[in-house]
Ligand binder design. Structure first.
Ligand code: ADP
Ligand code: MG
Length: 294
């Protein structure tokens, strides 16, 4: 009985902009009672822009800090990296020719990027928990938190020299989709590697009550596993390399169509149009399809 119903459902799914990998995916989506959302690039557009650059007194100036940070971030596919590289290259579609060459580029999932530029070891990364920061940079972190921006620290040879604040906004479809999932009896949960303040702000705007911030890529997978161990049927929605493990450990992984290959590869379903309402439509579709075949 599966083939016909499955073909009908995948066909409808394609119309909705949902790419489904196999018949079991539909079966699993149907029983889902918890949806775990990644924040950046999933609940939000992932099109971040640079909102503020702060440097230390007597240290390298803002232009130098941004230029070297942008050069290293040019190798990153993370929304933060794209925002910083675009700002450093002069705003947007500019060619990277404007940026100095980087050697030894290294990206650490859920943490940041590193490389050698102009004879310095440059890092752009999440604020270190135990780090001593100059006063100007500490206040920049506080300002970013109250503006619900995401702040990253630029380091030259291990020394903090600047703070970059980037901002993002909710996908237009996120808020309604969350409300409809709740109406369908599904609990939304936000999990992010980002800090508490931007996480809480995005969750509040989307209508999500439960928030897990500052979570590593492995922590995201552990959260999904813990929810499943507690008897939940969990769908995870994400876009990043940092979400791949969580997508794979969920009952059902859902990837954003514009997301990384790692996320799409790990997921059972892809939201081709990046429209969050397709998740709700897909849940409704499976509930309908599978009741009809009985
Ligand atoms: P999210 O769960 O919101 O997608 P990530 O797990 O990708 O977040 O990243 C967590 C944190 O790690 C970011 O908020 C940032 O502080 C830092 N980070 C990750 N990638 C980068 C990057 N390319 N440049 C600077 N910081 C980064
Ligand atoms: Mg993400």
């Amino acid at each position: 009985a599966i083939p016909t119903a499955f073909l009908a459902a995948t066909g409808r799914g394609a119309q909705l902009g949902v790419l489904i990998k196999g018949p079991e995916a539909l079966e699993r989506l149907r029983g889902v009672d918890t949806v775990v959302f990644d924040k950046t690039g999933t609940l939000t557009t992932g099109r971040m822009t640079l909102a503020a650059t702060t440097v230390t007194e007597g240290g390298p100036d803002a232009a130098a800090v941004l230029r070297l940070a942008g050069a290293v971030e040019y190798g990153s596919e993370h929304p933060i990296g794209r925002a910083v590289a675009a700002a450093a290259a002069g705003g947007g579609a500019e060619p990277p020719a404007a940026l100095p060459r980087v050697s030894g580029f290294r990206a650490v999932r859920g943490e940041g990027v590193y490389g050698q530029v102009d004879g310095r070891e440059v890092g752009v990364r999440r604020p270190r928990e135990d780090a001593e920061l100059p006063g100007e940079l500490r206040s920049a972190l506080e300002r970013a938190a109250s503006a619900a921006h995401t702040a990253v620290v630029v380091e030259f040879d291990g020394r903090p020299v600047g703070v970059l604040a980037v901002g993002d906004r909710l996908r237009p479809s996120s808020r309604d989709a969350v409300a409809e999932l709740i109406a369908l009896g599904i609990e939304p949960i936000l999990v992010t590697g980002d800090a508490e303040a931007p996480a809480r702000a995005a969750a509040r705007e989307a209508g999500i009550e439960t928030v897990h911030a500052g979570v590593s890529p492995e922590g995201k997978a552990e959260l999904v596993a813990a929810l499943r161990a507690a008897g939940r049927r969990v769908a995870m929605i994400g876009d990043g390399v940092n979400d791949a493990a969580a997508l794979a450990s969920a009952d059902l992984g859902i990837a954003m169509g514009g997301g990384t290959d790692a996320a799409i590869g790990a997921a059972d379903i892809t939201l081709v149009r990046e429209d969050m309402s397709a998740v709700v439509a897909a849940v409704r579709l499976t509930r309908r399809t599978l009741t009809t075949i009985r």
